[in-house]
Design a protein around this ligand. Structure first.
Ligand code: GLN
Length: 480
């Protein structure tokens, strides 16, 4: 088998057993990128500093990641490698430091492969909001890869990276994972440091892995979790060795099926595939029961108020003074601010800044922002209550499979793609998306497993079991 097709855990195993050379793996992946990225456009930039010929297996053999390549979404700061957020504003930005996750990956012997395309500032669900180019879903020429971590998901799906990191504020790891037929985990808020992640909505943003198999997710979680003194919201916890939970066993696990999610209108093929996967978990010994959830119909509205409010504040720093674009087309300071922001930000980012500024302004704050925060508390309390009785909850990741490029022109339609993913961010809980089948167009369907705060290991165990039951070997789309 070609090396680019192997999962991270397979590659680690082969390197350990001295059955393959590190150099050959990098060569295979680099060759794959040069063959298919012209069509997929998953990368904004590649790390040109990797000297493949000089890579020696033994130099990395004691490291956890063994010198293997890792792709990063282009909103994670990489020292000396451009970090653009797929925005004109940061097109030339070269961070002077590494994000904590980047540091941790490097320390574990991972090598930065490149930076992946995304919706500008992580705002979007299709990667079409990139200021540079849209990424294409490897499973369908005219289909979006999802977003905002669309480049990361497409890179993994097309065999251009064994593993990638993405960020998830309202679904941006899980939704593209679902659309591209890969696995993606959004960890508990606070489990992974956000230091060096370009902020979108700080109370919701979280970094997590995308990979071909659940094993690889466990491996990456071992690398990236942990308290960081540079991120006061990161939490000191006894993070387990997640690979210990790669067990084919859901016996006695209590799994909730949220009634209000399944009452919503969504694609029948997605529904049937998810329901059939739930049955398989039940046959394997899980105790499956329906459960009522509060606020599912308000989660999306609350999310788009809170996220835009935080974004409007976080993005105030792009004023052309300290870093990023500065418009020269001006005669005075005031114009410099406005021209810089006008030229630097795309349409969706501007829309969010305006929405966010509006919901925070005097007279509207109570009606929108405050109300959304109350909804947030209700949703969070409800999840906490449910997880007293249930180990996990499951749902589709997305209401449909990958839609067509250019299909969703109305921003509200695009926002609706997040109905199943945003409640998780609002509550700060962890959730995974794993492939559970294909629709009749050959597009992947994603299955979401949600768990209580800091119980990623339970999610990993259930996901691993489902992966085994469904016997979903890694499949590769035909790519020319
Ligand atoms: N699609 C959502 C949005 O546009 C989520 C984005 C994300 O998780 N970064 O806000």
């Amino acid at each position: 088998m070609e090396l680019y097709k192997c999962s991270l855990s397979e590659l680690i195993k082969m390197l350990k057993e001295n059955r393959v050379k590190l150099k050959d793996i990098h060569e295979s992946i680099s060759f794959r990128i040069s063959n298919v990225d012209k069509r997929i456009k998953a990368f904004v930039s590649l790390n040109n500093n990797i000297k493949i010929d000089q890579l020696k297996t033994k130099d990395y053999i004691d490291d956890y990641l063994k010198g293997l390549p890792v792709a990063f979404k282009d909103n994670m700061s990489t020292e000396g490698i451009k970090t653009t957020c797929s925005s004109k504003m940061l097109k030339k930005y070269n961070p002077p430091y590494d994000a904590t996750v980047v540091k941790k990956v490097k320390k574990s012997g991972g090598i930065i492969l490149g930076k992946t395309n995304m919706d500008e500032y992580a705002m979007g669900s299709s990667t079409e909001n990139s200021a540079f180019f849209p990424t294409v879903n490897p499973w369908g020429k005219n289909r979006v890869p999802g977003g905002s971590s669309g480049g990361s998901a497409a890179a993994v799906a097309a065999g251009m990276a064994p593993v990638a990191l993405g960020s998830d504020t309202g679904g941006s790891i899980r939704q593209p994972a679902s659309f591209c037929g890969v696995v993606g985990l959004k960890p508990t808020y606070g489990a992974v440091s956000r230091y060096g992640l370009v902020a979108f909505a700080s109370s919701l943003d979280q970094i997590g892995p995308l990979a071909k198999k659940v094993d690889d997710i466990a491996i990456m979680m071992n690398v990236i979790t942990g308290k960081d003194k540079n991120d006061s919201t990161s939490i000191n916890n006894n993070y387990p060795d997640y690979t210990k939970y790669l067990k084919n066993d859901v016996k006695g696990m209590k799994i909730g099926i949220p009634n209000q999610y399944f009452e919503m209108e969504f694609d029948d093929q997605v529904r049937n595939s998810v329901i059939s996967a739930v049955k398989k978990l039940e046959e394997a010994g899980a105790e499956v029961k329906k459960v009522d959830v509060t606020g599912a119909e308000y989660a999306l509205a609350a999310y788009y108020i809170i996220a835009t409010a935080e974004a409007s504040s976080n993005l105030a720093r792009y004023d052309g003074v300290r870093y990023g674009l500065r418009s020269d087309n001006v005669n005075n300071l005031r114009d410099m601010f406005s021209e810089t922001r006008k030229e630097g930000f795309g349409e969706e980012v501007k829309r969010r800044i305006m929405l966010g500024t509006y919901v925070l302004s005097a007279g509207y704050y109570d009606d929108f922002y405050l109300k959304a925060q109350k909804v947030r508390t209700l949703i969070k309390n409800d999840f906490n209550k449910i997880f007293k009785e249930f180990d996990l909850m499951v749902s589709p990741t997305t209401p449909s499979t990958a839609f067509k490029l250019g299909e969703k022109r109305d921003p509200l339609e695009m926002y609706a793609a997040d109905i199943f993913t945003v409640p998780v961010n609002i509550a700060g809980i962890p959730a995974i998306s794993i492939p559970c089948g294909f629709d009749n167009k050959g597009l992947p369907i994603g299955f979401q497993i949600m768990g209580p705060h800091f119980k990623e290991e339970k999610i990993i165990q259930a996901a691993y079991t489902l992966e085994k039951i469904l016997n979903l070997d890694i499949k590769y789309p035909e790519l020319k």
